[in-house]
Design a protein around this ligand. Structure first.
Ligand SMILES: C[C@@]1(CC(=O)O)C2=NC(=C\c3[nH]c(c(CCC(=O)O)c3CC(=O)O)Cc3[nH]c(c(CC(=O)O)c3CCC(=O)O)/C=C3\N/C(=C\2)[C@@H](CCC(=O)O)[C@]3(C)CC(=O)O)/[C@H]1CCC(=O)O
Ligand SMILES: NC(=O)c1ccc[n+]([C@@H]2O[C@H](COP(=O)([O-])OP(=O)(O)OC[C@H]3O[C@@H](n4cnc5c(N)ncnc54)[C@H](O)[C@@H]3O)[C@@H](O)[C@H]2O)c1
Length: 202
């Protein structure tokens, strides 16, 4: 399975079911700015709060096969195997579909995600053990404390500035390599580097 980072901003995502798994998926997809529609006769209180806050749309009924028609991504997360199978059946081969109780027939899995500023980490085990994926994610993320949040922002800004400099390609490459040195976790060195770049811009 290929891990990719998908831009979900404003894309329509359908979640069928309103229980624990639906809520977990909702949080993951909302964090990426997706347009979420939850279809379920009942909702977990945590999901109802998100509906009240208008963070997600809710269709308070059971699934109907036209529901998935214009969705970019679909999650089948009811506690009924036959309903989840019907959700999957209703999708075209080009829609992204995750079936909570049927990885074999899902076109994508949810990895264990970690975020620190602009860094994102996704760990999967091809479904072998979600708990292990979670543990490995936690292990990786423990290496990145909050100083990395500023650092990743520094790297992004510096890279943009370097790419726009009127200098030789070899020097650009050297500078792009320079900024990933861990010494730049130190904010004073970040400032000094940006000052240096300013001089090169003139
Ligand atoms: C990583 C994480 C992301 C997330 O869900 O956001 C995730 N599962 C998590 C937790 C978790 N899931 C389960 C348990 C109970 C213990 C256990 O069974 O091990 C726990 C533990 C817990 O809750 O702590 C049960 C379970 N999971 C799946 C099945 C179906 C099956 O295997 O048939 C069943 C049995 C259902 C049943 O009982 O019927 C299937 C999938 N779960 C996946 C992802 C995909 C594979 C990821 C990979 O490649 O490893 C995959 C294939 C598809 C998918 O659903 O996307 C998230 C933790 C991260 C976090 O906390 O951030
Ligand atoms: N992938 C995973 O990580 C993972 C982990 C645990 C469980 N599961 C599986 O996920 C599924 C859901 O688990 P859960 O704990 O969220 O269940 P749950 O009982 O908390 O929630 C089920 C929801 O489905 C809704 N529902 C039932 N019939 C429906 C229909 N016809 N149309 C629309 N909604 C309907 C119910 O109203 C309820 O909100 C189960 O099949 C379980 O085996 C997957």
């Amino acid at each position: 399975m290929l891990p990719i980072t998908i831009n979900l901003k404003k894309r329509k995502c359908i979640i069928v079911g309103g229980g624990k798994i639906a809520y977990r998926r909702t949080k993951t997809l909302l964090a990426e700015g997706a347009h979420l529609v939850v279809i379920s006769p009942e909702l977990l209180p945590e999901l109802a709060v998100l509906v009240e806050k208008k963070r997600v749309d809710w269709l308070p009924r059971t699934f109907e096969k036209q529901d998935t028609r214009d969705a970019f991504l679909v999650v089948a997360a009811t506690n009924k195997r036959e309903v989840n199978a019907a959700v999957a059946q209703s999708c075209s081969p080009n829609q992204l579909i995750n079936i909570a109780d049927d990885p074999e027939n899902s076109s994508f899995y949810f990895p264990a995600v970690g975020r620190r500023g602009l860094l994102s980490v996704a760990v999967g085990t091809d479904g072998a053990s979600p708990i292990l994926a979670k543990n490995i994610r936690n292990e990786i993320m423990s290496q990145f404390d909050e100083t990395y949040e500023l650092y990743f922002a520094f790297v992004k800004i510096s890279r943009e500035k370097i790419l726009h400099l009127q200098i030789e390609e070899t020097e650009k490459r050297q500078l792009l390599t320079e900024i990933v040195d861990k010494k730049y976790l130190d904010i004073r060195l970040q400032r000094a580097f940006l000052e240096q770049l300013k001089k090169k811009q003139r």
